[in-house]
Design a protein around this ligand. Structure first.
Ligand code: NAD
Length: 499
């Protein structure tokens, strides 16, 4: 029987009442395994009202007590690691160890958020004028929201929730309708860890729910992660409604391989970064840029030889290197992008369409696919495919490689493989991309740094997680005070200065 999922409101699972549902697949088998309710406008309003009622008491709870609850949540979540990873794998399609990594990178950020008492500290200046001190404080915004994509159903909801909740806000999470079970379970575990009801509200839904979140006057900030067109439209919608917004979009990440790189190390890194999680990572490498004719030949041969040995299969199977893509629509879209690449004249050196996966003929499988001699600016290079498809765009020299990257509309992540410190340093300083890897293929910054792309990969101010999350989900108040109150220097009609 198909399981009916719910929302998570006021500390409990609540069935949907709109009558609208979306199918949740097991991508490995192709079966519909659950249905998720799509919230109506009234359901979203009720979730926000509950959050608004709960938030003042949470804001008044001191930051250390809030941090203790978050710390307990991290412990509880790790106690359920296997269960969460399996749930994640069965709805998303990523292999079990990768699902554990998804969870861990989210919990890392939760652990960082336990430093809330330190991160929320204000500034203090004494004696800025006679008897005058100035101090600042960070205060929560009230009710804030996060809208998250399918590809990291644990990590990104946890990234968003961490800074928001630790700062004393109530948080409305609208997870992806493709894989909502892990966010629902995480909310349940938060309640078990002692989070007051109404502080983490999971509202499942589609555009109707998102539009109400954006329109509702009680939502003060919106953190979005997803594809670029939706990120751009949510950013302008939220801004038009006077909300704080940070909207992270799609990606097309390049790896430059310099002639002096360790070619085996570079090829191994490329394989993992291009095909891990079936390429459904915003930090996946989807474009290899070998520099020089010889590097091109070596990298092409090594990557092809390795990619031919990869196994795509059921996400829970021990021998799968990566699993299926998330949905039948995603499979169709990726296959169409491959067909377009062939039509455009790129050289398809490995075609992963229609792989044989014994026992699971209806799963959404696409094997490792490689195009060589891809032209910069062609659809294969310009568009995010978000599947296991690697394009090789050769460059004559370092400057040409940089030009290829700078000509691209996205700027999320990038990597360079080289033994030359000068080249690496110049690359890191000059390249127009938000996150850089030097001999590191997937440079997702660690929890206490911040994560964010440039150009069409990110709209708005401040990055995700790290100290920026605390800045995004709080506002600063600055107090100028004068003590002792006994000073009497009469009325003044000039602008106050420090003199
Ligand atoms: P998506 O844009 O389809 O959906 C993201 C969220 O927006 C979901 O919650 C979805 O329900 C909602 N949504 C979808 N259409 C909407 C609409 N018309 N109006 C309002 N809300 C809408 O993205 P996805 O397919 O779930 O995720 C994959 C994308 O996310 C890729 O482009 C990937 O690069 C990107 N991504 C970016 C980052 C980053 O940090 N830059 C991280 C992970 C994923």
């Amino acid at each position: 029987m198909v399981q009916q999922l719910s929302h998570y409101l006021n500390g409990a699972r609540v069935p949907g009442s709109s009558g609208a549902f979306s199918d949740v697949y097991n991508p490995s088998t192709g079966e519909v395994q659950a249905q998720v309710p799509l919230a109506s406008v009234d359901e979203v309003r009720e979730a926000i009202a509950q959050a608004k009622r709960a938030q003042p008491a949470w804001a008044a709870t001191n930051a250390q007590k809030r941090a203790r609850i978050i710390s307990r949540f991290v412990d509880v979540a790790y106690q359920h690691e296997d269960e969460l990873a399996e749930l994640l794998s069965l709805e998303h399609g990523k292999i079990l160890d990768d699902a554990k990594g998804d969870l861990q990178r989210g919990l890392d950020v939760m652990e960082f958020a336990t430093a809330a008492p330190h991160l929320l500290k204000g500034e203090y200046s004494t004696g800025v004028g006679t008897g005058i001190d100035v101090y600042s404080m960070r205060q929560p915004l009230g009710v804030v929201a996060g809208i998250t994509p399918f590809n990291f159903p644990a990590m990104i909801p946890l990234w968003k929730a961490a800074g928001a909740i630790a700062s004393g806000n109530a948080f409305i999470l609208k997870p992806s309708e493709r894989d909502p079970s892990v966010p629902l379970r995480l909310a349940e575990l938060f309640t078990e860890a002692g989070l007051p009801d109404g502080i983490l509200q999971v509202v499942n839904g589609d555009k109707t729910a998102v539009d109400e979140i954006l329109d509702h006057p009680d939502i003060k900030a919106v953190g979005f992660v997803g594809s670029t067109p939706i990120a751009a439209s949510i950013y302008s919608h939220a801004a038009a409604k006077g909300k704080r917004a940070q909207c992270f979009g799609g990606a097309k990440n390049h790896m430059v391989i310099m002639p002096d790189a360790d070619m085996d190390q570079a090829a191994d890194a490329l394989i993992g970064a291009a095909f891990g999680s079936a390429g459904e990572r915003c930090m996946a490498i989807s474009v290899a840029v070998p520099v020089g004719v010889e590097t091109h030949q070596i990298i092409r041969d090594k990557v092809l030889e390795r990619a031919q040995r990869l196994t795509v299969g059921h996400s829970l199977a021990q021998d799968s290197d990566f699993g299926p893509v998330v949905s039948p629509e995603a499979k169709e879209r990726i296959e169409a992008a491959i067909a377009r690449g062939v039509d455009e004249g790129a050289e398809l050196i490995l075609d992963g369409r229609h792989p044989e996966v014994a026992d699971y003929p209806n799963g959404f499988y696409i094997g490792a696919t490689i195009f060589d001699h891809v032209t910069p600016g062609s659809s294969l290079h310009a568009d995010e495919i978000f599947g296991p498809v690697l394009s090789i765009v050769p460059a004559a020299d370092y400057d040409a490689a940089v030009e290829i990257i700078h000509g691209h509309k996205m700027g999320n992540g990038v990597a360079i493989f080289t033994r030359d410190g000068d080249a690496a340093r110049e690359f890191a300083a000059g390249i127009e991309v938000g996150m850089i890897g030097i001999n590191v293929p997937i440079p997702v910054p660690i929890a206490y740094y911040t994560f964010g792309g440039w150009k069409a990969s990110g709209f708005g101010d401040l990055n995700q997680h790290g100290p920026d999350a605390f800045r995004f989900y709080t506002r600063t108040k600055t107090v100028t005070q004068r003590w002792p109150s006994g000073i009497k220097d009469g009325a003044s009609f000039v602008m106050p200065t420090g003199n």
